[in-house]
Design a protein around this ligand. Sequence first.
Ligand code: ATP
Ligand code: MG
Length: 496
Amino acid sequence: MRDISIEFPGVKALSNVDFQVESGKVYALVGANGAGKSTLMKVMAGAYDHYTGSIYFNGEEVSIRTPRDAKNLGIEIVYQEVDTALVPYLTVAENIMLNVLVNKMDKKVFVRWPQIHKAARQILSRLNIELDTNTIVDELKLAQKQMVLIARAIAEDCRFLILDEPTAPLSNTETDELFRLVRDLVKNHQVGVVFISHRLPEVFEICEDITIMKDGKVVTNQTLEGLTVNKVVEHMLGQKLSETFPKRHVHLGDVLLEVNNLTEEEGLVHHANMNVRAGEIVGIAGLVGAGKTEFCKTLFGALKTIDGEVVLKGKKLKVTSPYSAVTQGLALVPEERRREGVLVEEPVYSNLSSATLSKFSTPLGFIKAAAERLNAKKVITDLGIKTPHDAQKVAFLSGGNQQKVAVGKWLIADADIYIFDEPTKGVDVGAKHDIFELIGRLAEQGKGVIYASCEFTEILGITDRTYVMYDGTIVQELETKNITEEQLLFYSTGGK
Ligand SMILES: Nc1ncnc2c1ncn2[C@@H]1O[C@H](COP(=O)(O)OP(=O)(O)OP(=O)(O)O)[C@@H](O)[C@H]1O
Ligand SMILES: [Mg+2]
């Protein structure tokens, strides 16, 4: 790709970018949230037709202006926004074979369903993924949806595969599986892979070359040899990052929240016991699939409780829905933020006040527009949300900036307990630091924080105390300062 530039209203997303991929190699593409990574890859995958510059394939100039153009050249992309790329009410098999099916329907070829399922099963087994091809995609977990998308890309004969933050929803073992697959594609099938990730250690594990972007431009393009994580961060942010985990003043008060024997209707969470003190950051550590998200959702009334009790400041709560949870002092930043955390069709400012509308309305229910905009501007600066203005539609923000909006809207909510479910997923290192700082500030104000994460370094870095979840229940309580990552892993995998 040579001299690629593209603009959106108010944003110059790429300026004069050169980028090159060879077969049989894995390339890293990194940069802060909003740097232009996804946009560059969307250009390569034919998602836009209004860019300038030229693209060459095997030395010959080609025109990539539609997804079909890209597919014809064997370029496949697995988008960052997993849920928008899948058809939720179709089966796993149909989603994997979607492009093949659409092609057949275009040509009015008869579809033989047993064959479609068989082909899908073959791809899944090649990827070592255990999934029933008859399952409706909507019922899958995020990690499984991601796998379906990768399987779809493989279903077509692909020569270049773009993976836009594929590992964000994956557990360590799932990531290892994915890397095994990527290595196989690269070595045995000469596929060229572009790998976008905010998890820099992974980049060093799987990639050979790296391109670092900042503000729509390429900062450097080189082999990974001789580089370090710190050096990459410096290129990305244009400055050194002194410390990832900010220091905070810990002052623990009385027990704020007590969870006794919490059990969810379908048993996804059962017999869970824990408590949170005022001013305390309490971790919920566990592998992907341990039930952390379900635990958070049950607490928040998004899943149905059938047994147990939740006591806040000595008062037993009656949480029947997320709305009732909010009115009783709970706030949740959910894991699947694009689906549950933001209103993508709405502007940034109304998203930022959507959790706390009562603050911005008059007694008659009118919105205090000025106060709302002022709040939005503050959160945008505090979290460094990259947007041309506060009225931009959230759908037009980069993936990581959408996450920041989802986190940001709760920061002014006047809750007693803040529940964060994997809040740093897809967020760049600089923004992570900002989010940790804000969470620390909430604790300093005497709030209780629940921090659910499968990133054990984060659990160790910011919590005071942590619980480990395994198989839908809390199996262990630990004082954070006394533990190691190995111990967390031990309990997270069922160790006793
Ligand atoms: N369709 C669009 N309309 C308006 N602005 C857009 C659009 N797509 C991208 N942008 C803007 O272009 C810039 C680059 O966005 P891009 O999604 O490429 O970032 P990114 O590097 O992938 O970030 P992240 O790590 O957060 O995913 C951002 O400022 C974003 O808001
Ligand atoms: Mg992106």
